[in-house]
Design a protein around this ligand. Sequence first.
Ligand code: CU
Length: 179
Amino acid sequence: MSAIQPPPERVWWRQPLDRMEVTWILVALVWCLVMFFMMPYWHLVGKQNLANEAYRTTPEAYLKKAQEVVDKFTVRTETDMKIPVVHPPEGSDVYLTARLWTWWPILELETGKSYRLHLMSLDWLHGFSLQPENINIEVHPGYDHVLTVTPTRPGVYSIVCNEYCGINHHTMSSRLYVK
Ligand SMILES: [Cu+2]
C-alpha cells in the first residue's frame, strides 16, 4: 500500500495489525512513557524543569505593580533608553516585563537571597533565556509567571529573547546583575 494512492480496500482499519506495526507502536509508546516520567524525575533529581506558578492578569494590572517596584527601588538608570535598574530587598516581589523589543526594568539581585520573580509579556509571546545559565521560560501575554529565585553566583548575566517576536527580535536583550 502506498500513501500516495488511496487504499485498495476502503475499510482498511479492520485489517489485522501487522507484527512489525505493533512492535513499532509499542516501541514508540514505551519511549513516550519514559520521556513523560523523566520530566518529574529531572525536576526532583536533575534540578531541571522549574517549579513555577502562573496567574491570569492584565497588562494594566501587571504594569501597575511593576511600576510600584520601579518607583520604590530604582538605584540608577542605564542605556540610552534610561532603563531603571531596580535593586529590591530580599524576599520581595520583582517584576520583569517583556514587550516589543525590550526587557524592563533591569534587575540587580544579591547572591544567596531569594526573590519572587514575576515575568509577563505585554504584547505577545517572548522567551526569557538567562545566559550563561541554562534557564528558559516562555513569557506569555496575560499570564503572570512567578518563580522563586536565589542567585548563587555573582556576575552580570545576559537575558535574551528566545522566541522569535518580530523584526527587532535580535535586539531584545538585557542584563541581570547579581552582587
Ligand atoms: Cu521577544
